[in-house]
Design a protein around this ligand. Sequence first.
Ligand SMILES: [Zn+2]
Length: 369
Amino acid sequence: MADETQNDRPRTWEEVLKRSSAATAPDGAIPAMRDGLRALSDLALEEIRAADTLAGLKELRDHYLGRKRGQIKGGLAYIPKLPSEVRSELGGLLNASKRQLEAAVREREKDLSASRAAAAPSIDITLPGRAPPLGSLHPITRTIRDIAQSFARLGFSWVSGPEVESAKYNFDGLNISEGHPARDREENFMISSEVLLRTQTSTVQVRVMESRRPPLRIIAPGRVYRPDTVDATHHFMFHQVEGLMVDRDVTFRDLKTVLGIFARDLFGPEALIRLRPSFFPFTEPSAEMDVSCAFCDGKGCSVCKGTGWIEMAGCGMVDPSVFEFAGIDPDEHSGFAFGLGVDRITMIRYQIKDIRLFTENDVRFLAQF
Ligand SMILES: [Zn+2]
């Protein structure tokens, strides 16, 4: 119905003019033009007020009020052709219509701009930005870095070695001869008869002694592999930090001093260490190093299983046969080596009860560090 009404009304000056010329009644042309102009003006006003986008409104303004081809302009341009007695009336009609339409366009423009601003997502540029989520260092990495920092103060540098290792460095160079139970195929991840995943970071001390001359002070952090059944305290992949010092006149006392400094760095100034006799093929004499339990101050608790001490490392004086394998004269040089269990140290530092958490990549666990 709206369409019919609109179709009845002229939308262009051309139509107004056509209707005016078609008027048959005597002196009908001028009244028809007057009616046509009023109808055109009314239609224009309705359309402008109903415009629902700024682009649509601009089109309407160009159509009716355009400076060159606008309908009002067309009408005004025709005024001089009219009989003089009606020029002023129709000219006045057109000018009044022009002002009314211009006002309507301005008003509609304001409304549409306001609602568009309201609909747009508001951005408050004064709010602080959202920080992207940052990862954190894995607790194992933190522990290794702390251990490295402690030994760096004592002049130990960080050396890396391969995880896929030959039997030469994993066994032969460490005085683990053919037939030793540690060489059983079931005890190792064998890749071929002579290549395996290293079972200890001690491999790196053989490589270092072979390629450098004393004095030597190195640590070698890294992953090691043994086919253990995985449970809360065992894993087939874990971490060690190997340490080696070789010089003239290095004694067991130096070993104890260095490990004591390390224990106090990592576990606090109250930490004590003790050394218990032990056996390793590549050190002589050998010892297990324990640290006083920081959870109970040595009184005994579940972490230290009631003993007041926590096992931390294997260590000892480098066996002469290891020196000989690497081409270092054991009569001229002496040294000590130790191997720290990084996973165990990390579990104690952060009170982690299950070693499997280290490799499960659960962000809820990792985000705590
Ligand atoms: Zn304890």
